[in-house]
Structure formats: structure tokens, C-alpha cells
Design a protein around this ligand. Sequence first.
Ligand code: BG6
Length: 499
Amino acid sequence: MTQNENPASLIVIFGATGDLANRKLFPSLYNLFSKGNLSKNFAVVGVARRSLSNDEFKQNIIKSIGTVSNDVDKMNEFASHFYYHSHDVTDSASYTALNEIITDLDDHYGTKGNRIFYLAMAPEFFGTIATHLKEDGLTDVSGFKRLVIEKPFGHDLQSAQELNNQIRTAFAEEEIYRIDHYLGKEMVQNIEVIRFANAIFEPLWNNRYISNIQITSSETLGVEERGRYYENSGALRDMVQNHMLQMVALLAMEPPIRLNTEEIRSEKVKAFRAMRPIKDDEVKQFFVRGQYGPGYVNGELVSGYRQENMVNPESNTETFVAGKLMIDNFRWAGVPFYIRTGKRMKTKSTKIVVQFKDIPMNLYYKTEQTLSPNLLVIHIQPEEGITLHLNAKKAGQGIDAQAVKLSYANKGVDGINTPEAYEKLLYDCMKGDATNFTHWDEVALSWNFVDNISDVWQNTYANFPNYEAGSYGPRESDILLARDGFFWWPVTNLDVESC
Ligand code: BG6
């Protein structure tokens, strides 16, 4: 595809001086540009409160994309498409001025009246901005208009509903691109392909052959400078409501009749609807929360969550969640989906382990040796790939069995939140493909699921801190699985590489 086949677009980035824009969005746009995946007819207007000249802003862009390039000419050419507008998000006059700028740029760059508004800033302004965009005429366009919105999308179902009502006054559902950056990850996108393009998996992908599925997303970082946000969020809202439940839906959904946005989303929504709600008195049985105390991460002493910046010294916010989800449909009845996510854990790793049921009779059983269960491990990050755990004959005399692994490694990009995911998502948005963005129905159903849990947690005492930084989380998370006769793969306190 040539550059000019990609849709012309004018992108307005709210929060253009922020961390997300500098670390992810500019490098991702640049990568698209240098790979020829951006139309030549593009312009970007950065919007933020502080006053900056266009030149100063262009310098910021050069600095930001310096992390992914050293081609000075190309970087300058790219930055020449960028403009800056100092903006007050609550003031109509500011939007009118912005509208004049983008109308001029539209003529200048031939962006055909196509506008993408990207909200990369504090969520409390999402609704206000959307309302102003409509009221002050910025959404009266001759081309397409799209709204890209970062998480968090609300704080609970009620606030998410209010926010949605507000943005829907300015944008139709199909014009709203709710970002879940996990959906832009290579191996998360690969789940569908692994499932639906392999005759050896799909027939086994059900409660007759799978004993349980485990999804772990562990981080070594703490809350860094985000204490203020995180205090009101916690791991349940920060990771489970969105990323973890999205992965569950992709693993659990039925095969769509076609690989298009509507069909895939409709199957995901059905999977969300089949998730068994957790009643108040079941929360303790199905979910575990944790908060890190001080400890050693990669050999370095780090402080506990309660000692972090902007965190209440008696905080009851969870930095770890493990849970057991049941999906009440024919395919999954009886198969637990275990999820686990936490900050300041032993390793940075996101992976999915599908554990198959044991064979009906083990002919190879000896007191010192049992067969390993078959596992399909999908490595999402930092390494990307698939490992299939099988049993095979031990070479030599006798017919002893031993565990073997078949591995496929994608050439993964090592890094946290790599621009890769954003690159794909920005590209999809420009092409008008919303498949890897979350539909309102998914957002609503997942808030509904986690709200029960957070309400109970908010009203009950938490014995925090309950795990050491640099560990695999609280013991209760192991007990959650042990009660069902399972354990986390890789086994707690064993080396992650062993999986
Ligand atoms: C974000 C959360 O959505 O995802 C962060 O707000 C978290 O708290 C991050 O660190 C994890 O993303 P990744 O891509 O590093 O797994």
C-alpha cells in the first residue's frame, strides 16, 4: 500500500505535552510515517494548557522521536507537520481558535475534512471536551470525525455510563475508539489466530479437554509518579476491568462468523455476558487482593506501596489481584479462568497458560515420575511466542516419558508498553477499523463485573501490606488455585523461565 492510499487525516492530540504523547504517540506516529503507513496528507495539532510556540513544540517532537530514529532529515520532515495550540478545555473561545487553526491546516495539507480527536489527558475532562467539540462546531466536518479516548473510561459503571452519555452527544458509537492498549499487542491479537486457524486447538478448546486457563500480568514497577491516580483506582480498575477481562473474552469467545469488527465484538460481548457475577458473599472465595510492602526487586531494595509518593500511609488500595472467573455457557461450564496481576512482583511478564486435562490413564506412572499436563503457553511480553508442553520418550533404554517443549518465538520488541501497540491502534483508527478498540457494551459489562468486587473491598478491612515487593504476591493467591487442585504455572517461587 502506498502512502497516499492511507486516509488523509488531521489529528488533534489533547494532552500533547504529557507523558503518553511523548513516550508513545509521537514515536508511534513517526514509525507509521517512516514505514509509509501514514498518508502524506496529515497534520497534527498538539493541544495543552501550557503556552508553547510551534517551534518549541516541534523541538519536543524531535526529542520524543529521537528514541526511535536518528534520521535527521526524516525527523524534521515529520515534525514539520506538527502545530501547537495552547488551550483551556473549559473555554469556548479556545475551541473556536482551535477550529480556525485546523480549518486552515485542512486546506494546507489536504486532509479532506477528516478529523481525529485524541484525548490523551486526565479523564475528568473527557466529557467536557467532547461536549465542547460539538457545541463549538469542531465536529461539523465534511470528512470523518473520530474520538480516541484513553482509559480509564469511568471509575465504575455509573460514572462510565455518564461519560458515555456525554460523549455520545457528540460522537456516534462507531466514531468512538476506546483504547485498551493490550488489544494492540501482537500476541494478544494472535490469540484469535492461534485459536481459529489451527485444527489442533479449536476442537479441544472447551470444557472436555481444558482443565483451567491462567492469565498472569505481573510488573516489577511500582506506582512511580502515579500515586494520586492509583490510590483511587487500584489494580482491579487499573488492570482487571480492562486488560485482563479483554484477554478472558478473547480466549472464551465463540468463533465469529466473519473476522470483522461487528462479528468479533458481538462474540466478545456474549463472552462477557456469560461471566458469572460474583455475589457479595462470594468475593472472598473467588478474589484475592494484595498490597506490596518493602522488598527487593531485581536485587534492589524498594519501598512499600504505603511509602510511595502521593499515597496514603494507611492506604487500603490493592496493588495485586488474583481471581477465579467462571463462564457459564456450554463451552466453558466448570472450567476456571484464573487471572493474576500485580505491581512490584518478581518479574515483568504477561502470559496465558492453557492447561489441558490429564489423559484418562497414565501408563507411564512411576513413583518418582508423573506425566506433565499438556500446556499451551502464549507469551505476550516481554518475550513473544508460543510454547507447547508435551510428553515424549526419554532418549535411551526403557520407555520413560519426559516433558518436552515446542517453542515458537516471535521477534518480540522488548519494552514496556512498546510503541508497537499504539502504532497498530493509531493505524487502525485512521483506517476506520475499530475491531481492536472496546465497544461500550464490553466496557459496561466489565464494569458491572468488577463493581461488585470493589464495593465489597471498599467496605471490608484489608490486612495490608500482605506481600513483599519482588515476590509472586500474597499466599492467598496460591491457595485460590490449590483449593481446586491447581497451581499457577510457573509454580510460585520457581523461575519464570521454566515455563
Ligand atoms: C496500564 C496501567 O493500563 O497498563 C498501568 O494503567 C500498567 O498501571 C500498564 O503499568 C501495563 O501495561 P504493559 O503494557 O506494561 O503490560
